[in-house]
Design a protein around this ligand. Structure first.
Ligand SMILES: [Zn+2]
Length: 367
């Protein structure tokens, strides 16, 4: 075991390599049990110094990393304090391209059979629910099962250098269209960790840079893996350092779980995507297209809002309403009607949301 001298530690900070992706597993696999014992700030300082934090633990008054390097806790705290102070003029930023108009009605789907892993479905739905809970903001997210035409498609990644990575908006007014998610790594993580990961990646698809992008040396002229230009414009009203932002680069590295947006995450989302005159909230219906004449049918509303904000109805092929489901269903609709074979339209809309809801229609074939 050796005690690394402060001089060497200061030198080693020069070799920090920033990484656009969320994690490198060898840097990030801080187990839940380890995480609960070690102060995250100590881990963060050690990571800033370029140390592998896997298995980090306290020994006497120091943090033991890499099996044989002991760093004084007070030194780590001072280092992190100085690091934050040096970032005095840095804050949240957004990319040059953003999502425009009612393209902020965003469907999100799971590709590559990710839909078969229920914990992933729940994590994504949880993330969309938290995003939809931001009030005074026109973002409206809808879970769209495995729809290949969804606005944001989440693919399976086999890149073991990151838990997940995402793409920025390209300038066509739509959100960045892809997120890559490593299922193998996700399986070792908690639901809360995966929810935070999805919120973070979708944040990138909306044009959010890392909240601490400047601190970690990410350039303004950054590019995603499709060579889409990032750019970085400061977001007014956000602070010099936002320790609890969901958009900090190290949420994966530190093994953080979903807790809430920071105050300034919400400032950023409302600044970029405020409610405007004419804002409408769309819906999306998940469930089977072909249904039997009798029996129970299950469809669900893809936009995850609080219970009581949905309205459902059934139309015939002539677009006449033949049934009104008076009860506002809590996201899902279980229904059974004896219908003649043919085509019908099941429709749903959001009610009592911050902006008007419009009917969304799904054709169903009764066989
Ligand atoms: Zn990120």
């Amino acid at each position: 075991m050796k005690m690394l001298k402060p001089f060497l530690l200061l030198c080693s900070i020069l070799f920090i390599i920033s990484c656009r992706k969320e994690v490198a597993p060898e840097q990030s696999a801080v187990s839940e049990s380890t995480q609960s014992r070690v102060n995250p700030e100590h881990l963060q300082a050690a990571w800033l110094l370029g140390f592998d934090t896997v298995g980090a633990r306290y020994l006497n008054d120091g943090l033991l990393v890499g099996g044989d390097v002991l760093m004084d806790k007070q030194y780590l705290e001072n280092l992190l304090k100085a690091y934050k102070a040096s970032s005095a003029n840095e804050r949240h930023a957004h990319t040059a391209n953003l999502v425009t108009g009612n393209n902020t009605n965003i469907t999100v789907s799971l590709q590559d059979n990710l839909i078969n892993t229920y914990s992933v479905v729940l994590a994504l739905q949880g993330a969309l629910s938290h995003l939809n809970a931001v009030s005074d903001c026109r973002l409206n997210f809808m879970y769209a099962s495995n729809d290949a035409n969804a606005d944001i498609k989440i693919y399976r990644s086999y890149d073991f250098n990151s838990y997940a990575y995402a793409f920025w908006p390209t300038g066509n007014g739509q959100p960045g269209s892809k997120v890559y998610f490593n299922l193998d790594l996700a399986n070792g993580r908690t639901q809360g960790q995966n929810i935070l990961l999805f919120v973070h990646e979708i944040g990138h698809c909306l044009g959010l840079r890392h909240a601490d992008w400047d601190n970690i040396g990410e350039p303004v002229a950054a590019y995603d893996d499709d060579w889409t230009y990032g750019g970085a414009t400061y977001i007014p009203g956000t602070p010099t350092y936002d320790a609890s932002s969901v958009m900090n680069h190290d949420i994966g590295i530190l093994g953080l779980s979903w807790s809430s947006f920071s105050t300034y995450d919400i400032v950023a989302l409302r600044y970029l995507y405020p409610l405007e005159t004419g804002t409408v909230f769309e819906s999306y219906i998940n469930g089977p297209v072909n249904i039997s004449q009798a029996g129970q049918h299950n469809h669900s509303n893809g936009a995850a809002y609080s219970c009581g904000n949905y309205e459902w109805r059934l139309l015939n092929a002539s677009a006449q309403v033949i049934y009104d489901f008076w009860d506002e269903e809590c996201g899902g609709l279980e229904w059974s009607n004896i219908l003649s074979p043919g085509t019908y339209y099941l429709e749903a809309r959001l009610k009592n949301t911050e902006a008007p809801g419009v009917w969304y229609s799904k054709a169903v074939n009764v066989q």
